[in-house]
Write a protein that binds this ligand. Structure first.
Ligand SMILES: [Zn+2]
Length: 259
């Protein structure tokens, strides 16, 4: 790469990095964060829906149980009526007594059934109350959910618009960058979380905070090649060489510490 003015190229990359850092965070928002937010919202909504369905299913089950017991009781009552009619056709006292005790036993069963039906009526009421509560929560949250969904979808669109504006500006900037250097830089942008060029701040890499050796510093200052951080493999530059404030560059560029 003879004939390249590495100092000039580095300052172009520093400018480019400012845009690319933003483009990267926009793409993270658009591709990862906002879609996840949308999915979480949908999941929460589905959960509420399932609660409503589950609660109305419980009502159905409670009603079925009650109906079963009612049918059972009706058939026992019918049997009692039949048995009572038979009483008059019986020939002797022994048969009469046997029939009477049969009737008494059926009546005892009926009163047990009555008790359990009363309990089941309570169970149906409780299930209906719960189902109504779940339905009310669902109805109240339904509009909130759809508002939130619209908001997230708008955010995704807005981020796409902002990102497009930056990408258009980027096209103008990269035109001036040496093509081979640009290829290296672009690879790093992709593989290093949108952060390809890091300032040396107080003798350390501004991205990963690992100390840069004197040899590395000297190599950078020679401006004969791109010098990479031995630890995080980002292109290093010395802000003071471009009249930039190192602490400011670091605070703008340092993404490593927040990850
Ligand atoms: Zn580093």
């Amino acid at each position: 790469m003879a004939g390249i003015n590495f100092k000039d190229e580095l300052i172009k990359l520093v400018e480019l990095q400012k845009i690319d850092g933003q483009i990267y965070s926009f793409s993270q928002a658009k591709e990862v964060e906002l879609p996840k937010k949308l999915q979480d919202l949908k999941d929460a909504f589905e959960l509420r829906k399932k609660e409503v369905t589950g609660a109305s299913e419980e009502v159905k089950q409670a009603m079925l149980k009650k109906k079963d017991k009612e049918l059972e009781m009706a058939s026992k009552e019918e049997n009692v009526v039949k048995a009572q009619a038979q009483l008059y056709q019986l020939k002797n006292n022994k048969e009469y007594q046997a029939k009477m005790s049969e009737i008494a036993s059926m009546k005892a069963d009926i009163s047990l059934l009555e008790e359990s039906i009363i309990k089941l009526i309570d169970a149906v009421e409780a299930a209906e109350k719960k189902a109504k509560e779940k339905q009310d929560i669902f109805t109240a949250e339904q509009s909130k959910f759809s508002q939130e969904e619209t908001k997230i979808k708008n955010d995704i669109n807005e981020v796409a618009i902002q990102s497009k504006i930056l990408e258009d500006r980027r096209v103008g900037l990269v035109r001036d960058v040496d093509p081979e250097i640009l290829i290296k830089y672009d690879k790093l942008i992709k593989s290093r979380s949108g952060y390809a060029i890091a300032p040396v701040v107080n003798g350390s890499c501004g991205a990963c905070n690992i100390r840069a050796s004197h040899q590395v510093i000297n190599e950078i200052k020679m401006y004969k090649s791109l010098v990479l951080c031995g630890n995080c493999v980002r292109i290093l530059y010395i802000p003071e060489d471009f009249g930039l404030d190192a602490s400011r560059e670091k605070s703008e560029g340092n993404v490593e510490s927040t990850h």
